[in-house]
Write a protein that binds this ligand. Sequence first.
Ligand SMILES: [Zn+2]
Length: 319
Amino acid sequence: MGTRGALRWAAIAATVGVVALGGALAAPYLYAEHWARGHPAELSPLPTRPVRGRWFDDYYLVETLDAATYAIGEPRSDQGNYSYLIVGSARAVLFDAGTGKRDIVPVVRSLTRLPVTVVPSHLHFDHVGALGRFDRTALLDSGDLRARASDGTLQLGRYEFMGLYDGLEPPRFRVEEWWRPGQSLDLGGRQLTVLHTPGHTPTSLSLYDAERRQLFCGDFMYPGLLYAFLPGASRSAYRESAARLLALLDSRTTLFTAHLADDPPEIAAPRLQVADLRALHEALTEIARGRARAQGFYPRIFPVRGVVRYGDAFPWNAR
Ligand SMILES: [Zn+2]
């Protein structure tokens, strides 16, 4: 090979190297863009398997968890989302605002006449459907969210919203309340603690009702593959959040989560236990020590417990 041939090969090798490095660094974004293609947004047919609760219409499934707590399921959405209505004597909180595929407002209004504050567990497209459509909208006072809100209105970003999946544009909505991490909310005879639980996203929030031993945790955990490989995810934040929750929660707490398992024997509010949370913390510790074995390339999938698995990015993407 002459000098010119060698130079050409060196140039090709350098280009391939730069493209591979760029792809590896941008993996969460490339995945998000690729993932967005070819997913149908239609509803699945009415389920034939047993359901817990009652149908509100032919879309929403309402399950009474106790006299003042309701799970509102969307089992016909492709993600099997669940939102939760948490009622006190003076006001109510809707934790997660649905996918927006169908109007959730009449469902909530059929369950309470009290003023409702809606708060999303995080800002992904399948949790913010009805933000701005109840009496008040709350967000976690964390990161730069509050500073970004101008005139009390927040515009979500492309990868913050991730609506590429359903071809949705990032929304803009009004925010009336900013909840501080650790803040206690008085709903009238019922106290909730606001918890900042980053990991899935940087501004993920959970609500804890210590008296009833209920944790509403959104996409922090659910019975399926946990998405920690999209933009904004962080494995170290996930592990720290899991540790903080373990230190705080009564061990008999039920975790009410936001997504149905892939093939559940019964359609019911997706619940996990503190043992699942403990297993997640252990799995994240093992992954951090390089002692866990992954399956797959992107995401790298680690077992946690039962059907719960952790979907990691490359080590340099989502530290
Ligand atoms: Zn979700």
